[in-house]
Design a protein around this ligand. Structure first.
Ligand code: SAH
Ligand code: SF4
Length: 373
């Protein structure tokens, strides 16, 4: 069987893996143990071929290799910013590419993961929104972004550089795409990332960001259990309709209600609201007061994001002193309102700058590219 025709096992849950072992003739009483062994090779040790999995018998390894693969998607390009931020353009299939960004900070390292190639929504200030959706990423493609980052950071046991504090400590679903329009795959991937047997990242350190797909919001708590971020950007419907057009379908009042009802909402599980600072548009003191008013009663943190420009963008970033005044109003109302330092702007890796060349394909072309099992 050619490499291309083999099913990639990365991203499958344990039940699906157990089925694959049964399929290659592993006796039923051994299936569970083999599944756990494979799981640990994939997610604790970072194996990307069956050959390395030395506690599986030669026969099992060969049978796996005949039908399946665990290889990584290809890295098309890899860049490092002056500030240490790294960006990878990953090619999942011909014409199917998305970006992943790693942001090192003093006390943590955050991986910004993509959920889709492009985005069906078109927020007016976001570069990704100018790209048509090619397709949803699979769970395997989403978790592969984490594995690729760990490869590059040499974070697997036995790597030259595996001593010292962990470099990848946080995950944010803030790359390309709207994660709540690809819920099941995002859920499956995040459940692997936080799995106790997978060198886990705590759910408290994983944040899913949405532009406000209200019906899916409770599922973030119920089915994944990670932290929630809302891309708010405006506190009035007329302005939010313009900036984040999904607001016409899911307006502010209902969005705030969904936040108030977010299962498990409390101070330690507060919601992060992202607010991009656009000069003269949403950055007045009156806007800050309105923001405080609509958030009342919601345990929240407000991340102020200086607007990151991209070629052809129509906006300007607010002046720094205006951002600080805006932040003061929110702070005085009792909310943390950190101003996010732009990272990786020189390699177009900052918030909202991600885009790949992949363009929407005709259905016939898309069918040709579907991975075949
Ligand atoms: N689609 C999801 C996940 C992407 S998160 C969402 O919108 O929440 C990316 C974050 O960066 C979002 O808060 C987005 O609104 C913000 N953003 C987009 N374009 C930006 C830009 N040019 N400058 C700063 N932030 C931007
Ligand atoms: Fe899509 Fe988020 Fe960009 Fe809006 S901000 S276009 S939802 S990726």
């Amino acid at each position: 069987m050619s490499q291309a025709a083999k099913e990639n096992l990365t991203g499958l849950d344990r039940t699906a893996l157990a089925e694959r072992f049964a399929q290659i003739g592993v006796p039923e009483r051994q299936v569970r143990m083999r599944t756990n062994q494979l799981w640990s090779w994939l997610y604790q040790r970072g194996a990307s071929d069956f050959e390395a999995m030395t506690n599986l018998s030669k026969d099992v390894r060969k049978n796996l290799d005949d039908q399946f693969t665990v290889t990584r998607p290809e890295i098309t390009s890899s860049q490092i910013s002056q500030d240490g931020t790294r960006k990878w353009l990953i090619r999942f299939a011909p014409g199917i590419e998305a970006e992943t960004v790693y942001i090192p900070e003093e006390d943590r390292g955050t991986l910004c993961v993509s959920s889709q190639v492009g985005c069906t929504l078109n927020c007016s200030f976001c570069h990704t929104g100018t790209q048509k959706l090619v397709r949803n990423l699979t769970a395997g493609e989403i978790i592969s972004q984490v594995l690729i980052a760990k490869d590059a950071l040499e974070e697997w046991p036995g790597s030259d550089d595996d001593t010292g504090p962990r470099k990848l400590t946080n995950i944010v679903m803030m790359g390309m795409g709207e994660p709540l329009y690809n819920f099941d795959n995002v859920r499956d991937a995040l459940l692997i990332a936080s799995d106790p047997e997978a060198a886990p990242i705590s759910k408290r350190r994983i944040t899913l960001s949405t532009s406000g797909v209200i019906p899916e919001i409770p599922r973030v708590a119920d089915e994944i259990g990670v932290m929630l971020a809302i891309s708010l950007h405006a506190a009035r419907d007329d302005l939010r309709d313009e900036l984040v057009p999904i607001n016409k379908k899911y307006p502010l009042k209902e969005l705030m209600k969904a936040c108030r009802n977010f299962p498990g909402l409390s101070n330690p599980k507060r919601i992060t609201f992202e607010y991009v600072m656009l000069k003269g548009l949403n950055d007045s003191i009156a806007d800050a007061k309105e923001l405080v008013r609509i958030l009342r009663g919601i345990p929240a943190k407000i991340n102020l994001i200086p607007f990151n420009p991209w070629p052809g963008s129509a906006y300007e970033c607010s002046d720094w002193d205006q951002i600080e005044k805006f932040s003061d109003v929110i702070n005085n109302a009792g909310y943390a309102s950190p101003i996010r330092t732009p990272r990786g702007r020189d390699i177009m890796a900052a918030c909202g700058q991600l885009k790949s060349e992949s363009e929407k394909l005709r259905a016939s072309e898309r069918r040709e590219q579907q991975p075949t099992a």
